[in-house]
Design a protein around this ligand. Sequence first.
Ligand SMILES: [Zn+2]
Ligand SMILES: [Zn+2]
Length: 313
Amino acid sequence: MTLEEMTPGVARLRTLIANIYLVGSPGGPWVLVDTGAPGNAGRIRNAAEQRFGRDARPEAILLTHGHRDHSGSALELADYWDVDIYAHRLERPFLSGKSAYPPKDPMAGGAFSFLSRFFPASTIHLGDRLRDLPEGGEVPGLVGWRWHFTPGHAPGHVAFFQRYESVLLAGDACITMDLDSAMGMITQEPRISRPPAPFTYDWDQAHRSVELLADLRPLAIGAGHGEPMFGPAVAAGLADLARDFPRPRRGRYATEPARADETGVTYVPPPVDDPAPKIAAAVGLAAMALGAVIALSKKTESKKTEARSQKSE
Ligand SMILES: [Zn+2]
Ligand SMILES: [Zn+2]
Protein backbone atom coordinates (compact mmCIF):
# COMPACT_ATOMS: atom_id res chain seq x y z
CA MET A 1 0.00 0.00 0.00
CA THR A 2 2.02 2.95 -1.26
CA LEU A 3 1.34 6.62 -1.71
CA GLU A 4 1.78 7.76 -5.33
CA GLU A 5 1.78 11.33 -6.58
CA MET A 6 -0.81 11.65 -9.32
CA THR A 7 -0.32 15.37 -10.05
CA PRO A 8 1.68 17.93 -7.98
CA GLY A 9 -1.48 18.60 -5.94
CA VAL A 10 -2.97 15.10 -5.67
CA ALA A 11 -1.56 11.89 -4.20
CA ARG A 12 -3.30 8.54 -4.28
CA LEU A 13 -3.24 5.86 -1.63
CA ARG A 14 -4.36 2.53 -2.97
CA THR A 15 -6.06 0.12 -0.58
CA LEU A 16 -7.27 -3.42 -1.14
CA ILE A 17 -10.68 -2.25 -2.40
CA ALA A 18 -10.95 1.50 -3.00
CA ASN A 19 -8.64 4.46 -3.69
CA ILE A 20 -8.08 7.33 -1.27
CA TYR A 21 -6.79 10.77 -2.35
CA LEU A 22 -4.75 13.29 -0.40
CA VAL A 23 -5.43 16.61 -2.10
CA GLY A 24 -3.19 19.65 -1.63
CA SER A 25 0.52 20.32 -2.12
CA PRO A 26 3.05 19.51 0.62
CA GLY A 27 3.53 22.58 2.81
CA GLY A 28 0.00 23.87 2.20
CA PRO A 29 -3.50 23.04 3.37
CA TRP A 30 -4.89 19.69 2.29
CA VAL A 31 -8.01 17.52 2.48
CA LEU A 32 -8.69 13.82 2.38
CA VAL A 33 -11.07 12.55 -0.33
CA ASP A 34 -12.61 9.22 0.69
CA THR A 35 -11.30 6.99 3.44
CA GLY A 36 -11.49 3.38 2.26
CA ALA A 37 -13.16 0.51 4.06
CA PRO A 38 -13.05 0.26 7.87
CA GLY A 39 -9.56 -0.53 9.15
CA ASN A 40 -7.56 1.89 6.96
CA ALA A 41 -7.20 4.80 9.41
CA GLY A 42 -3.65 3.90 10.52
CA ARG A 43 -2.38 3.56 6.97
CA ILE A 44 -3.98 6.83 5.94
CA ARG A 45 -2.40 8.65 8.91
CA ASN A 46 1.02 7.24 7.99
CA ALA A 47 0.57 8.29 4.36
CA ALA A 48 -0.48 11.79 5.45
CA GLU A 49 2.62 12.10 7.66
CA GLN A 50 4.80 10.90 4.80
CA ARG A 51 3.44 13.62 2.48
CA PHE A 52 2.63 16.52 4.80
CA GLY A 53 4.93 16.01 7.79
CA ARG A 54 4.65 14.68 11.33
CA ASP A 55 1.80 16.90 12.50
CA ALA A 56 -0.21 16.47 9.32
CA ARG A 57 -3.86 17.30 9.82
CA PRO A 58 -6.31 17.93 6.96
CA GLU A 59 -8.73 20.86 6.75
CA ALA A 60 -11.58 18.38 6.22
CA ILE A 61 -12.53 14.89 5.13
CA LEU A 62 -14.64 14.79 1.95
CA LEU A 63 -16.68 11.84 0.75
CA THR A 64 -17.66 11.25 -2.88
CA HIS A 65 -20.47 9.09 -1.45
CA GLY A 66 -21.23 7.04 1.60
CA HIS A 67 -20.69 3.47 0.45
CA ARG A 68 -18.75 1.57 3.08
CA ASP A 69 -15.66 1.11 0.92
CA HIS A 70 -15.31 4.93 0.78
CA SER A 71 -16.62 6.06 4.19
CA GLY A 72 -15.49 3.15 6.39
CA SER A 73 -12.51 4.83 8.09
CA ALA A 74 -13.91 8.39 8.10
CA LEU A 75 -15.14 8.59 11.68
CA GLU A 76 -11.98 7.17 13.26
CA LEU A 77 -9.87 9.70 11.31
CA ALA A 78 -12.22 12.62 12.02
CA ASP A 79 -12.00 11.89 15.75
CA TYR A 80 -8.23 11.52 15.62
CA TRP A 81 -7.68 14.78 13.70
CA ASP A 82 -10.72 16.57 15.16
CA VAL A 83 -12.06 17.60 11.74
CA ASP A 84 -15.47 17.48 10.04
CA ILE A 85 -16.61 15.08 7.34
CA TYR A 86 -18.40 16.58 4.31
CA ALA A 87 -20.80 14.79 1.98
CA HIS A 88 -23.69 15.89 -0.24
CA ARG A 89 -26.87 16.47 1.76
CA LEU A 90 -28.62 13.64 -0.13
CA GLU A 91 -26.06 11.18 1.31
CA ARG A 92 -26.89 12.25 4.87
CA PRO A 93 -29.66 9.66 5.46
CA PHE A 94 -27.20 6.88 4.58
CA LEU A 95 -24.43 8.28 6.77
CA SER A 96 -26.53 8.99 9.85
CA GLY A 97 -28.33 5.67 10.35
CA LYS A 98 -31.65 6.96 8.93
CA SER A 99 -31.86 4.83 5.80
CA ALA A 100 -30.18 1.94 4.06
CA TYR A 101 -29.08 2.37 0.43
CA PRO A 102 -31.35 0.89 -2.24
CA PRO A 103 -30.83 -2.89 -2.21
CA LYS A 104 -27.97 -4.16 -4.38
CA ASP A 105 -28.77 -5.77 -7.70
CA PRO A 106 -26.74 -8.93 -8.32
CA MET A 107 -28.66 -9.37 -11.58
CA ALA A 108 -27.26 -6.21 -13.25
CA GLY A 109 -24.82 -8.31 -15.26
CA GLY A 110 -21.04 -8.82 -15.17
CA ALA A 111 -18.54 -10.52 -12.90
CA PHE A 112 -18.71 -8.02 -10.04
CA SER A 113 -22.52 -8.09 -9.91
CA PHE A 114 -22.35 -11.85 -9.49
CA LEU A 115 -19.79 -11.54 -6.69
CA SER A 116 -21.77 -8.79 -4.94
CA ARG A 117 -24.08 -11.45 -3.50
CA PHE A 118 -21.36 -12.10 -0.93
CA PHE A 119 -20.86 -8.45 0.13
CA PRO A 120 -22.45 -7.16 3.32
CA ALA A 121 -24.99 -4.34 2.90
CA SER A 122 -24.35 -2.28 6.01
CA THR A 123 -24.08 1.50 6.25
CA ILE A 124 -21.84 3.78 8.29
CA HIS A 125 -23.03 6.18 11.00
CA LEU A 126 -20.92 9.36 11.24
CA GLY A 127 -22.79 11.08 14.07
CA ASP A 128 -22.28 14.82 14.52
CA ARG A 129 -19.01 14.91 12.55
CA LEU A 130 -21.11 14.90 9.36
CA ARG A 131 -21.57 18.21 7.48
CA ASP A 132 -23.37 19.00 4.21
CA LEU A 133 -21.19 20.20 1.34
CA PRO A 134 -21.88 23.92 0.81
CA GLU A 135 -24.41 24.64 -1.94
CA GLY A 136 -22.80 26.20 -4.97
CA GLY A 137 -19.87 23.89 -5.53
CA GLU A 138 -17.04 25.26 -3.39
CA VAL A 139 -14.96 22.65 -1.60
CA PRO A 140 -14.23 23.13 2.12
CA GLY A 141 -10.51 23.50 2.74
CA LEU A 142 -9.47 23.73 -0.92
CA VAL A 143 -9.11 26.66 -3.30
CA GLY A 144 -9.60 26.04 -7.02
CA TRP A 145 -11.65 22.87 -6.62
CA ARG A 146 -15.39 22.44 -7.25
CA TRP A 147 -17.72 19.58 -6.44
CA HIS A 148 -20.14 18.38 -9.12
CA PHE A 149 -23.38 16.55 -8.40
CA THR A 150 -23.13 13.14 -10.09
CA PRO A 151 -25.97 10.91 -8.77
CA GLY A 152 -27.06 7.51 -10.09
CA HIS A 153 -24.55 5.26 -8.31
CA ALA A 154 -25.49 6.86 -4.98
CA PRO A 155 -28.25 9.49 -4.46
CA GLY A 156 -25.85 12.19 -3.29
CA HIS A 157 -22.74 11.19 -5.22
CA VAL A 158 -20.30 14.00 -6.04
CA ALA A 159 -17.08 14.24 -8.06
CA PHE A 160 -14.33 16.78 -7.43
CA PHE A 161 -12.66 18.75 -10.22
CA GLN A 162 -9.78 21.20 -10.34
CA ARG A 163 -9.56 23.20 -13.55
CA TYR A 164 -5.95 24.42 -13.15
CA GLU A 165 -4.45 20.90 -13.23
CA SER A 166 -7.54 19.57 -15.09
CA VAL A 167 -7.78 16.72 -12.60
CA LEU A 168 -10.97 14.86 -11.80
CA LEU A 169 -11.62 12.72 -8.74
CA ALA A 170 -14.61 10.77 -9.98
CA GLY A 171 -15.49 8.55 -7.02
CA ASP A 172 -17.67 5.76 -8.42
CA ALA A 173 -19.57 7.92 -10.98
CA CYS A 174 -17.28 6.17 -13.44
CA ILE A 175 -14.28 4.02 -12.62
CA THR A 176 -10.98 3.27 -14.35
CA MET A 177 -11.20 -0.52 -14.44
CA ASP A 178 -13.66 -2.96 -15.93
CA LEU A 179 -15.49 -4.63 -13.04
CA ASP A 180 -17.86 -6.31 -15.47
CA SER A 181 -15.33 -8.83 -16.76
CA ALA A 182 -13.45 -11.30 -14.55
CA MET A 183 -10.28 -10.52 -16.54
CA GLY A 184 -10.72 -6.77 -15.98
CA MET A 185 -11.04 -7.37 -12.24
CA ILE A 186 -7.85 -9.43 -12.16
CA THR A 187 -5.59 -7.38 -14.46
CA GLN A 188 -7.08 -3.97 -13.46
CA GLU A 189 -6.09 -2.66 -16.89
CA PRO A 190 -6.94 1.06 -16.99
CA ARG A 191 -10.19 1.65 -18.78
CA ILE A 192 -12.91 4.24 -18.14
CA SER A 193 -15.98 2.17 -17.31
CA ARG A 194 -19.51 2.45 -15.98
CA PRO A 195 -20.03 2.67 -12.18
CA PRO A 196 -20.00 -0.58 -10.17
CA ALA A 197 -23.21 -2.12 -11.49
CA PRO A 198 -24.73 -4.00 -8.52
CA PHE A 199 -24.73 -0.82 -6.39
CA THR A 200 -26.04 1.56 -9.08
CA TYR A 201 -29.76 2.16 -8.64
CA ASP A 202 -30.57 4.78 -11.35
CA TRP A 203 -29.02 4.23 -14.78
CA ASP A 204 -30.49 7.38 -16.41
CA GLN A 205 -28.92 9.54 -13.72
CA ALA A 206 -25.68 7.53 -13.87
CA HIS A 207 -25.54 8.16 -17.64
CA ARG A 208 -26.21 11.90 -17.24
CA SER A 209 -23.49 12.08 -14.59
CA VAL A 210 -20.97 10.55 -17.02
CA GLU A 211 -22.05 13.11 -19.65
CA LEU A 212 -21.41 15.90 -17.15
CA LEU A 213 -17.94 14.53 -16.34
CA ALA A 214 -17.15 14.12 -20.06
CA ASP A 215 -18.00 17.82 -20.57
CA LEU A 216 -15.25 18.75 -18.07
CA ARG A 217 -12.67 17.21 -20.49
CA PRO A 218 -10.18 16.35 -17.74
CA LEU A 219 -6.53 15.51 -18.43
CA ALA A 220 -6.17 13.30 -15.37
CA ILE A 221 -8.67 11.08 -13.58
CA GLY A 222 -8.53 9.27 -10.27
CA ALA A 223 -11.60 7.16 -9.54
CA GLY A 224 -12.74 5.09 -6.60
CA HIS A 225 -11.56 1.90 -8.25
CA GLY A 226 -8.75 1.31 -10.75
CA GLU A 227 -5.48 3.02 -11.66
CA PRO A 228 -5.33 6.78 -12.34
CA MET A 229 -5.25 7.71 -16.04
CA PHE A 230 -3.64 10.68 -17.79
CA GLY A 231 -3.58 12.58 -21.07
CA PRO A 232 -6.03 12.76 -23.98
CA ALA A 233 -7.15 9.17 -23.29
CA VAL A 234 -9.12 10.47 -20.29
CA ALA A 235 -11.42 12.86 -22.14
CA ALA A 236 -11.70 10.39 -25.03
CA GLY A 237 -12.59 7.52 -22.68
CA LEU A 238 -15.23 9.63 -20.93
CA ALA A 239 -16.69 10.76 -24.25
CA ASP A 240 -16.88 7.13 -25.46
CA LEU A 241 -18.58 6.06 -22.24
CA ALA A 242 -21.06 8.95 -22.44
CA ARG A 243 -21.85 8.18 -26.09
CA ASP A 244 -22.23 4.43 -25.66
CA PHE A 245 -23.27 4.02 -22.05
CA PRO A 246 -23.78 0.34 -21.20
CA ARG A 247 -27.03 0.16 -19.26
CA PRO A 248 -27.80 -3.28 -17.84
CA ARG A 249 -30.26 -5.20 -20.00
CA ARG A 250 -31.72 -7.01 -17.04
CA GLY A 251 -31.81 -6.62 -13.29
CA ARG A 252 -33.86 -4.77 -10.71
CA TYR A 253 -33.02 -1.26 -11.94
CA ALA A 254 -32.76 -2.00 -15.68
CA THR A 255 -36.06 -0.32 -16.54
CA GLU A 256 -37.04 1.53 -13.37
CA PRO A 257 -34.84 3.33 -10.81
CA ALA A 258 -35.08 3.40 -7.05
CA ARG A 259 -35.93 6.85 -5.68
CA ALA A 260 -34.53 8.74 -2.73
CA ASP A 261 -34.78 12.17 -1.12
CA GLU A 262 -33.45 13.85 2.03
CA THR A 263 -35.22 11.21 4.15
CA GLY A 264 -33.52 8.30 2.37
CA VAL A 265 -34.95 5.71 0.02
CA THR A 266 -38.61 6.35 -0.84
CA TYR A 267 -39.24 3.71 -3.51
CA VAL A 268 -37.59 0.56 -4.82
CA PRO A 269 -38.81 -1.42 -7.84
CA PRO A 270 -39.75 -5.05 -7.12
CA PRO A 271 -36.88 -7.56 -7.15
CA VAL A 272 -36.32 -9.64 -10.27
CA ASP A 273 -36.01 -13.39 -10.15
CA ASP A 274 -32.46 -14.41 -9.22
CA PRO A 275 -31.83 -18.00 -10.36
CA ALA A 276 -28.48 -18.32 -8.53
CA PRO A 277 -29.85 -19.22 -5.05
CA LYS A 278 -32.31 -21.62 -6.69
CA ILE A 279 -29.50 -23.25 -8.64
CA ALA A 280 -27.47 -23.48 -5.44
CA ALA A 281 -30.49 -24.94 -3.59
CA ALA A 282 -31.11 -27.43 -6.41
CA VAL A 283 -27.45 -28.49 -6.35
CA GLY A 284 -27.70 -28.85 -2.55
CA LEU A 285 -30.88 -30.93 -2.79
CA ALA A 286 -29.36 -33.13 -5.48
CA ALA A 287 -26.28 -33.68 -3.28
CA MET A 288 -28.50 -34.55 -0.29
CA ALA A 289 -30.56 -36.96 -2.41
CA LEU A 290 -27.39 -38.57 -3.73
CA GLY A 291 -26.08 -38.89 -0.17
CA ALA A 292 -29.34 -40.54 0.93
CA VAL A 293 -29.24 -43.00 -1.99
CA ILE A 294 -25.62 -43.93 -1.18
CA ALA A 295 -26.45 -44.36 2.53
CA LEU A 296 -29.51 -46.46 1.69
CA SER A 297 -27.64 -48.69 -0.73
CA LYS A 298 -24.90 -49.20 1.88
CA LYS A 299 -27.54 -50.17 4.45
CA THR A 300 -29.15 -52.72 2.08
CA GLU A 301 -25.70 -54.01 1.22
CA SER A 302 -24.84 -54.54 4.89
CA LYS A 303 -28.22 -56.19 5.55
CA LYS A 304 -27.57 -58.55 2.65
CA THR A 305 -24.14 -59.41 4.02
CA GLU A 306 -25.69 -59.88 7.48
CA ALA A 307 -28.35 -62.23 6.00
CA ARG A 308 -25.69 -64.09 4.04
CA SER A 309 -23.49 -64.54 7.10
CA GLN A 310 -26.47 -65.68 9.17
CA LYS A 311 -27.27 -68.26 6.46
CA SER A 312 -23.76 -69.63 6.45
CA GLU A 313 -23.76 -70.04 10.23
ZN1 LIG B 1 -19.91 3.10 -4.48
ZN1 LIG C 1 -16.68 2.07 -4.48
